[in-house]
Write a protein that binds this ligand. Structure first.
Ligand SMILES: [Ca+2]
Ligand SMILES: [Ca+2]
Length: 373
């Protein structure tokens, strides 16, 4: 018998003895205790550098990260190599302050309907925003179709996350475009979460027939995710009350009359009169809440059933652990405080790795990969 075989036999015998020991130990009714919940060690590393204000990162069905940069570029990033492949530059984009090329979403049935929806600012009788649908050919984006246009824009407060729900409705967050009269005006498409059919028509079951809005009273929502059959959104507050909200059909979210919860005297009156939906959580002073995604992967157990949200000003990621009903935040844990500067967006791979893009500018922005150590 060779040495290796001897070792194997010894190992097998040892394993059998060990197993029996474990069994005999549990011969009573004492169950084996489960492993401690949560904590696995995580590791963060930079996989891409040299970007300029990436705004949207999302995990594509091709296992590439699809990315917009505010100046007008749409690229595919290979997460294994960090290679950035430019797909298309939208020349009509006008990047002004916080404006430019913003949110993006892919059609849920991308293999049969390779449509790419993007939101961007442009000039047309003033600074505006539009949503355009492109078709992906496998190497280029072609055939632009305008879904909605002439949304008021500004150098600040433009929203603009995009999301498509499984029932094929397009959700668009819009900001107040620095005009506080717009969010409470339901004939304006600003300061709203809009809901459209994928061809830009208005669904017959929207809150008001012929009106694109789904919810109103928003300031500058820049995070949006659909999970657990619930639409969650982050919204920038002024100097107080950044918010995380559950977006419900036809509800008023208060801005500019209400900041955060309905706690001040005048807010209480307004909230009662207008059936205002309060946030799940508010941050004062503000942290500049931005990109949002939902984590439920086994890879990092402590993050299961959590919203992951990144922040610009406070330059960190917040893990917002949801309760069993998914309708309130049970606990908050912070990661990467200050380590990478301002953070704009987050996405998650099907294997449970998390990707974060920074928003520091100067052609020095990065994508950070977070994985199990
Ligand atoms: Ca609110
Ligand atoms: Ca308040």
């Amino acid at each position: 018998m060779s040495v290796i075989k001897r070792i194997s036999v010894v190992s097998i015998v040892a394993l059998m003895v060990f197993s029996q020991c474990k069994k005999s130990k549990n011969n009573g009714s004492i169950p084996t205790p489960p492993p401690p919940p949560g904590s696995v060690a995580i590791k963060d590393s930079v996989i891409v550098q040299g970007l300029n204000f990436p705004w949207e990162i999302l995990w594509g069905p091709d296992n590439f990260i699809w990315m917009t940069e505010r100046g007008g570029k749409i690229s595919r990033v290979n997460p294994a190599t960090g290679t950035v492949s430019l797909l298309h530059t939208i020349n009509e984009v006008v990047a002004n302050g916080e404006g430019g090329l913003l949110g993006m979403v892919l059609h849920p049935n991308f293999s049969t309907t390779p449509h790419v929806f993007v939101a961007y600012n442009y000039n047309s009788g003033g600074y505006k925003k539009k949503i355009v649908r492109f078709t992906y050919t496998g190497s280029a984006l072609t055939s632009p179709v305008t879904i909605i246009e002439n949304i008021a824009a500004s150098s600040i407060h433009n929203g603009c996350r995009l999301l498509i729900t499984p029932d094929l409705k397009l959700f668009i967050t819009t900001g107040d475009a620095a005009n506080q009269a717009l969010p409470q005006n339901t004939s304006s498409v600003n300061g709203k979460v809009l809901r459209l059919n994928l061809d830009g028509t208005i669904p017959s079951d929207n809150p008001v027939a012929g009106n694109a809005y789904w919810s109103w009273g928003h300031r500058n929502p820049q995070g949006l995710v659909f999970a657990n059959n619930i639409l969650y959104s982050s919204d920038h507050g002024p100097s107080t009350d950044d918010e995380i909200n559950i977006i419900e059909k036809g509800r008023n979210y208060g801005w500019p009359n209400v900041n955060g919860f309905c706690d001040a005297g005048s807010e209480q009156t307004f909230c009662t009169t207008n059936n205002v939906r309060e946030p799940l959580k508010a941050w004062t002073p503000t942290v500049a809440v931005c990109g949002l995604d939902y984590y439920n992967n086994d890879l990092i157990p402590q993050w299961k059933n959590s919203l992951l949200m990144v922040a610009l000003k406070e330059s960190r990621m917040y893990q917002l652990k949801l309760d069993a009903a998914n309708t309130s935040i049970a606990s908050t844990t912070e990661y990467f405080a200050g380590g990478y500067g301002r953070m704009r967006d987050v996405c998650i791979s099907p294997t449970g790795k998390v990707y974060i893009c920074t928003s520091n500018g100067g052609n020095n922005d990065r994508i950070i990969e977070v994985r199990k150590l």
